[in-house]
Design a binder for this molecule. Structure first.
Ligand code: SF4
Ligand code: SF4
Length: 180
């Protein structure tokens, strides 16, 4: 088999770059898809190494793949599966009587997964971590002085969350001792 021409090498390099960008942009929606993406990324990296060894690709293509590696390892879309949050039962926690102690720590500290319904409702999500509820320096971006500013549209997790046994919130809920 004859060595590829300079034009052929340029076409292969362009195809490899396009494929790498497609892999990088893909957002798996499940652990299974994440595992497939990781395996695909490894096979693709091996192919790039072979093409580099055959002098079809230049060293910077391998560097590009190395930059891609963490992206392939960490990409995961988190999308809640609750179809109708309005049908979700509220947790049996009397938040109103406890908020002066907890200072709404749940809203400040926890990541909340959004559903398709939340996205349709216009709730904002983290650009870097789709589709977790957007946060600012104080926690949830919808947390106001007096509590939730999107109460009617709040996600299913906010409705059903029960903090009583959550050691990220309480050392002892019954004695109202917060976790450090
Ligand atoms: S769920 Fe718990 S931490 Fe959150 S506001 Fe209610 S009492 Fe406070
Ligand atoms: S949406 Fe409302 S209830 Fe849910 S975390 Fe944000 S402020 Fe809290």
């Amino acid at each position: 088999m004859s060595e590829p021409s300079a034009e052929d090498k340029a076409v292969i390099a362009e195809q490899i770059t396009t494929l790498a960008q497609a892999i990088s942009a893909f957002r798996p929606a499940s652990d299974a898809e994440q595992a497939e993406l990781r395996a695909l990324g490894q096979r693709f990296e091996a192919l790039v190494q072979v093409l580099q060894w055959a002098q079809v690709l230049a060293p910077h293509h391998l560097q590009f793949m190395q930059q891609l590696r963490p992206a392939v390892a960490n990409r995961r879309v988190r999308l809640g599966v609750v179809a109708d949050k309005h049908a979700v039962a509220n947790a049996e926690v009397d938040c109103a009587s406890i908020i002066s102690i907890c200072k709404m720590r749940c809203c400040r500290a926890l990541d909340i997964e959004l559903s398709r319904q939340d996205l349709a409702d216009g709730l904002r999500w983290e650009i870097e971590a789709p589709y977790l509820l957007a946060r600012d320096a104080h926690g949830c971006c919808y947390l106001g002085e007096a509590g939730c500013t999107v109460y009617e549209r709040r996600p299913a997790t906010c409705r059903s969350y029960d903090c009583r046994q959550d050691d990220r919130i309480w050392l002892d809920f019954e004695r109202r001792i917060l976790a450090p």
